[in-house]
Design a protein around this ligand. Sequence first.
Ligand code: NAG
Length: 339
Amino acid sequence: MGFASSCSSTSIILLCSSFPLLLFAYGVPEQTIIRTPSTVSFHEGYTQLFGDKNLILLGDGKTVHISLDERTGAGFASQDLYLYGFFSAAIKLPSEYAAGVVVAFYLSNGDVFEKNHDELDFEFLGNIRGKEWRVQTNLYGNGSTGLGREERYSLWFDPTEDFHHYSILWNRNRIIFYIDSIPIREVVWTEAMGADFPSKPMSLYATIWDGSSWATAGGRYPINYKFSPYVAEFAELVLHGCAVDPIGCLSTCRDEEAGLFNSISITPAQRTAMRDLRRKHMAYSYCYDEERYPSPPPECVADAREAEQFAGAGSGRSGYRRRGHGKRHRKPPAADATF
Ligand SMILES: *[C@@H]1O[C@H](CO)[C@@H](O)[C@H](O)[C@H]1NC(C)=O
């Protein structure tokens, strides 16, 4: 397999060499990776990012609780950076009044490439009592932060009652966001999209933080710490990517990885399910926001039914903006001090 000499990390060897064996041993490799991926414990794949005692491990590190109180939020990140892969977690969101609370599960390399970072996001936005949490997906490529590609959905279950799986597939050709193994969004690479399609190694992050200024009704309902701590539970952590050394060594697993992950696409049955879910549950899509993008960004593929659904909706659906973006990766010292 000829690993470059600068890639001596054992994790690279383990991760890369186990893929083809694991996956081609099954009849339908691409569905296996999504439906029954192998999980890692916190110690095997992650490290704490911020929040000291607001991160708690349970069940031998198979479950992670991160919480937000008036003192701090909390977060963890993968130990490695990955170039393409399948990333997943079972997440249970805080119940009770959760306006202003943001839970994020995402890939990013903002700490490595400050000016031209890539990012793939699941963001969960809390709400006032009696109103459900909303889920937002987004992506940036090579610092394309001036062009938000947000989509927002309501959920067809109560995400505070049980664990549900949220997953991101990322390969050279496409990005697929899944909820409970059902694709809810697919972004297919197009030449016109260029570097806006994430293409540099990223780490996986999970955080909980104070989004009072924008998360709920554009900031109208800030966090009420009377109901804290807000606890988000993470389990069944999946890191199915090719670990790479960001400096000096690109992934030597790329060829196998590309073959593997590039073979993953959406089955006809999944496509039908995706179309139905989007019709019922998509509340916002940048592709149909004519006020914001008079001509839709190049990767947008207009679906007649969706277009009809959003005709004239504009960006009146407030809250797609994410102020304070970038801060959540780290412990925000100023914010900590003022809480
Ligand atoms: C990505 O961004 C960097 C820095 O802005 C730029 O030099 C580079 O050309 C960009 N890459 C592509 C493929 O556009």
